[in-house]
Design a protein around this ligand. Sequence first.
Ligand code: SF4
Ligand code: SF4
Length: 68
Amino acid sequence: MIVIINDKCDFCGACVAVCPVDAIELAEARIGIIQPRCIDCELCVWVCPVETLKHIEAEEACAATTIA
Ligand code: SF4
Ligand code: SF4
């Protein structure tokens, strides 16, 4: 899955343009990933000029949100 890891996004729209399945929403200076649509191609990660997007495994996401 793709996650947003910082607040450097300048809403350039490059990730939206490159996503083959329209899984990224950009509206009113806010960006969001529509996870059920994402096919983990990582094109958005590579195209982002400010390294705002990161691909992580689902298990990693669960671990990050679980309190030990
Ligand atoms: S990883 Fe691919 S499918 Fe998923 S949001 Fe990025 S460009 Fe779209
Ligand atoms: S490519 Fe990066 S900076 Fe541009 S809109 Fe997407 S997340 Fe934001």
